[in-house]
Ligand binder design. Structure first.
Ligand code: SF4
Length: 434
């Protein structure tokens, strides 16, 4: 077998090149912090063996701070594989998805999981783990995929049983139960890493994570300004949160992002050139990861910004670091705030209310949901979703795609739907303003 992770090594080279070019480009340097997160993470994973560090597969939803306190290298395999999505003209995950299909994995499984399983079966795409962590939310896909991954890798798995949350539940009792699950995770990691949790190191990591959280919240707040100051879909803090959270490298990236937004506000720069913002779109779901320049197109061609998205919406807060117990409780609660996980812990009210709150908070004119084939629990709520948005007069577009596999719905198929919808909402806004 050749070198491990050839696709990610290529990605790293491309990433470094982009960082050096874009850092000197006044209008595009807002893209650099996210590229740096990817760079730091990929470097850490590729050097793990040489550095004598163990790899742990933490299902996305599992912030990396606790793993970093144990000096483990956190690799959510779904996120690792999706880093490849834009390679090969957007077909970067297809080889691994096909390997999973050929091995008998059913096609209805989320393609992020199919691609993770394919990566592992291919043998050179992702380093092997010493253990797997799998919280039981948000969807059935994660529950079954992690059992498959545990079977293939032979690594022990710790499953965290998430209680039901939502209106009419005893939230305090649920949180108590959840905190105990988290304490079980600490014991499991002590066993896997062969060392006891060091309270001083835990505090250090928690304080570092708190600094990052402050920057993320500050940036999120500035995107409420009209017109929106920074282009793109908002900072995708999630990728770094479940790989680097609690490390100074991550704090550096989110601070850079906050500083960039602040500078743009001070200089009067806006997502839509010249501040001519006609529309504010809320993408309250995943969008096709092979079509991430959709926002460049909307900003330049339609005057539409995207101030908030499902994966940039942060509902967490800094945690109390006054004792080991308070840190553990804070980290356990924070785990319930990860986008998609948060909305998949129980009642669909959480998802719908979050969407309404973000529409109001960020002054959005409409909502777009790109209906990823795998997310049955969210798709089942789309009818309720539409009813609630209708009540507050917010237009909604839903279209089908597979977030990670362009063969299901190529860009040419859904871009016209987005265009027609956006044109219609802009026209209706202009009529209302007359
Ligand atoms: S919630 Fe949807 S996108 Fe997220 S892991 Fe499950 S199926 Fe995949």
């Amino acid at each position: 077998m050749g070198e491990m992770c050839p696709d990610h090594r290529e990605l790293l080279k491309m990433d470094e090149l982009l960082i050096s070019v874009l850092s000197a480009d006044e209008d595009n340097k807002w893209r650099v912090p996210m590229l740096k997160v990817v760079k730091y993470w990929v470097e850490k994973v590729l050097s793990a063996e040489e550095d004598g560090k163990k790899i742990i597969y933490n299902q996305f939803n599992t912030f990396a701070e606790l793993f970093n306190a144990f000096d483990l290298r956190a690799v959510p395999p779904e996120i690792w594989t999706l880093l490849k999505c834009q390679a090969k003209d957007g077909y970067g995950m297809c080889d691994s998805i096909d390997v999973a299909h050929e091995a008998g994995i059913h096609p209805e499984l989320c393609s992020a999981h199919k691609s993770s399983i394919g990566d592992i079966l291919r043998g050179d795409q992702i380093p092997p783990p010493v253990a797997l962590i799998n919280p039981s939310y948000p969807c059935d896909n994660t529950k079954i995929a992690y059992q498959v991954i545990a079977e293939i890798t032979g690594a022990p798995i710790y499953v965290m049983d998430c209680p039901y949350f939502g209106p009419d539940t005893d939230e305090e009792a649920a949180v108590e139960y959840w905190v105990n699950q988290f304490k079980g995770l600490v014991s499991f990691l002590e066993e896997i890493s062969g060392k006891k949790l060091d309270p001083d190191r835990l505090k250090e990591v928690a304080e570092e994570a708190n600094r990052a959280v402050e920057y993320i919240l500050e940036d999120q707040e500035m995107r409420k300004l009209k017109p929106c100051p920074t282009p793109g879909l908002g900072y995708q803090w999630t990728i770094g949160a479940d790989s680097l959270m609690g490390l100074p490298e991550y704090t550096e990236c989110v601070k850079m992002m906050r500083d960039e937004t602040k500078e743009r506000v001070e200089k009067g720069k806006t997502a839509v050139p010249g501040g001519k913002e006609k529309l504010r779109v809320n993408w309250f779901y995943l969008h096709a990861a092979y079509d991430m320049n959709v926002t460049d197109w909307l900003e330049a061609e339609k005057g539409a910004s995207s101030p908030v998205t499902f994966t940039s919406y942060a509902t967490f807060e800094p945690i109390d670091t006054s004792s080991t117990e308070s840190i553990i409780r804070g980290m356990a609660r924070r785990m319930l705030t990860y986008p998609m996980g948060r909305q998949g812990t129980g009642s669909s009210d959480i998802y719908i209310q979050d969407c309404i709150d973000t529409v109001r908070g960020w002054g959005c004119d409409c909502v777009i949901l790109s209906g990823h084939a795998g997310c049955k629990y969210l798709r089942g709520a789309f009818g309720l979703f539409r009813d609630e948005l209708r009540k507050i007069g917010v237009p909604l577009l839903v279209f089908d795609c597979d977030t990670f596999d362009p063969r299901v719905a190529p860009v040419e198929e859904f871009r016209p739907k987005i265009e027609e919808f956006v044109d219609m909402v802009i026209a209706s806004k202009e009529r209302a303003d007359e």
